[in-house]
Design a protein around this ligand. Sequence first.
Ligand code: BGC
Length: 368
Amino acid sequence: MNCLAKDLHDLSSKSMGVIVRITALCFLFLLIIVLTTGCSKKGQEPVEKEKEEKAAIKIGMTFDSFILERWQRDRDVFVSKSKELGAEVNVQNANGDLKEQISQIEYFIEKKMDVIVVVAIDSKGISEAVTKAKKAGIKVIAYDRLILNAGVDLYISFDNEKVGALMADYMKDNLPPNGKILMICGPLADNNVSLVMDGFMNGIKGTKLAVIGTEYAAGWHPETAFTVTNQYLLVRSKFDGIMCGNDNLAGQAIKALAERRLAGEISVVGQDADLDACQRIVEGTQNMTVYKPVEKLASLAAEYAVAMAKGVKAETKDTFFDGAQDVPYEKLEPIAVTKDNMDEVIVGDYHLKEDVYLNIPKEEQDKN
Ligand code: BGC
C-alpha cells in the first residue's frame, strides 16, 4: 500500500467510526424520546382516565312514576342539588312496573353506580334487587318509601304515621261525633300506605268516629276513587267524610261527589298539596291536605347520597325497623293545610298565589 492509499484507508476507517458513533447516538436519542413521550403517554392514559371517572360521583335514581306533580319536583331538586355537589344522576322511570324497576337497579349495578336511590313501587318486591346492589358494594337510599328486609343505608321520608294522624285530627275536629268515614287508600305494596292508615286509625281511636269501608287503589290509580265513591254513594251506607291516600285520589272522589251535588257537603282529606287540591281547598270542595316539603326531602337526600358516595355513613337521630333490621331513618315533618293556613304555608313557597286562587273572583279574594 502506498502512502496515499494508507492515508485514505486510515481516513475512511476513522470517519466510519464517527458515523457509527453518530448513528448510535441518534438511535439512543430517539429511544429516549420514544420512551419519555410515546410510551409514557400510553402508560399514563388509563390512569388519568380512571382518575376522571372516579372524579364524578355516579348516582342512579329510579322512580315509580312521574304522574304526580310532586315526583317531578323531587327529581328536579335532587338532580340539581347533586350536580351542585359534584355528582351526576342517571334518572329512570319505572312507570309503575316492578319488573322494570328491578332491571333498572340491575343496570345501575352493572354501571357501578356509587349510590342507588329508589322510590320503591313495591316495598317487598324490590328487596332482592336492592340486596344484590348492596352485595356489589353500592350504597342504597330508600327515598320516601321504605324498602323492606334489605338493610338499606338510609331511609329518608316524612313521618308517614303523622300524615295519617293529621288527617284524623281534621276528622275529629270537623265531623259529627259519631261520624262515618270511607277510607280510600293507595296500594299496600307501598309501605307508606299502611303507615298512614295506622296513624289515622290510632288518631280516631277512643272517639265515636267509625270507618265504614276501606278500599285500596292498585298502583295509586285515581279512577278507583271515582268508582269506589260512586259505589258507596249508590248502594252502601251513608258517610260523612272520605280519607283519601293522596290528593290525586281525593280529586276523583270529589268528582263523584260533585256529580251528585255533594262536593263540599262531605269532608275530604288527602296529602301532597297538589296544585289542584289547593285550588279545591280554597274553593271549598276539599277540606284539607297534608303538605310535605319535598324540596327539603330531595335536597337532603342528595346531600346524603354524595356524602355516602365518599364513604360517609349516614348518621340519623331515628332508626326504622325494616322487617329484619333497624335502618337509619331521616324523618321530616308533614304539615296540615286547610283554607285557614293556605297562604301562610303554601302560597309563595310551594305554589303561586295566582295559581292557588285561579278560580276565586278577585273581589272574593280581597274579602278574606
Ligand atoms: C307518597 C305520596 C304519593 C303516593 C303516590 C306515596 O308513597 O308518600 O306522597 O302521593 O306515594 O305516588
